[in-house]
Design a protein around this ligand. Structure first.
Ligand SMILES: Nc1ncnc2c1ncn2[C@@H]1O[C@H](COP(=O)(O)OP(=O)(O)OP(=O)(O)O)[C@@H](O)[C@H]1O
Length: 250
């Protein structure tokens, strides 16, 4: 079953002489439990694609379907509901609310849609235990390391059991060891709990955790690398991805 279908979407910004074609007839299918990494040169359209998928911006042409529902014609209220209930977001700089505790940060998106505070609290505690932060629930984010803060953000992204998790450079502000921990957690959520994940990254080591890597250039998907059952060893995967990116930058 497809969680996400992007059908021939295009997006142009600017007017007259200043037009930029950010997306040019992009197609993408992501199945349930699949982990897709999006890579590409700077300005190739990766963030624009994520914005179209989450309905933060509208397409000029084409369709975005989430669980077979076309979101193109959603009004603002329906788009807010879509982002709240069906999509979990993980950002480069965590975007946690500093005055709230770890537990309050994680429960917040759920309390906007579910008034059963005890039920939500229990679920958040369970998720925080899963990401290894069971003993930090009453701590404020500023007292945590970057990696710990990103774990909180992952738990927050999962609290509403979204159909799709979108992560824009989730390891961009973490060191390489913490990045590995983070990607192992996300990979585990995909494999064991069937979550569907799309990660935008510049890092071949991060993309290597995905089932499929799509490469963007000039607003188009110009290449796709299927890593599932590829038979490549871990170090070879990183090398192949890095050489494809190098090829795009030439
Ligand atoms: N709101 C906007 N207004 C005008 N131009 C935009 C807007 N958003 C994106 N663009 C342009 O569209 C193109 C694609 O941008 P986008 O941010 O999607 O690229 P990216 O691949 O995410 O880049 P990076 O890796 O540097 O973040 C760029 O040329 C960018 O300048």
């Amino acid at each position: 079953m497809s969680v996400l279908k992007v059908k021939c979407i295009s997006k142009t910004y600017g007017e007259e002489n200043n037009k930029v074609k950010a997306l040019d007839e992009v197609d993408l299918n992501v199945g349930k439990g699949e982990f897709v990494a999006i890579m590409g040169t700077s300005g190739s359209g990766k963030s624009t694609l994520l914005n179209m998928i989450s309905g933060l911006d509208s397409v000029d042409k084409g369709e975005v379907l989430i669980s077979d529902e076309n979101i193109n014609n959603y009004n603002d209220a329906k788009l807010t509901q879509l982002r709240r209930e069906k999509i979990g977001f993980v950002f480069q700089f965590f975007n946690l609310i500093p005055v709230l505790t770890v537990l309050e940060n994680v429960t917040m998106p759920a309390l906007l849609t579910n008034s059963k505070k005890e039920e939500v609290n229990n679920k958040a505690i369970e998720l925080l235990k899963l990401v290894g932060l069971g003993s930090y629930i009453h701590t404020k984010p500023s007292l945590l390391s970057g990696g710990q803060q990103q774990r909180v953000a992952i738990a927050r992204a999962l609290i509403n059991e979204p159909e799709l998790i979108l992560a824009d450079e989730p390891t961009g502000s973490l060191d390489s060891k913490t990045s590995k921990d983070m990607m192992n957690i996300l990979r585990q959520f995909c494999e064991e709990l069937g979550h569907t994940l799309i990660v935008v990254t510049h890092d071949a080591n991060v993309a290597a955790y995905a089932d499929k890597v799509v490469f963007m250039h000039d607003g188009k998907i110009c290449d796709t690398l299927n890593l599932k059952h590829s038979g490549l060893k871990d170090n070879e995967v990183v090398r192949v991805i890095a050489s494809k990116i190098e090829g795009l930058s030439l």
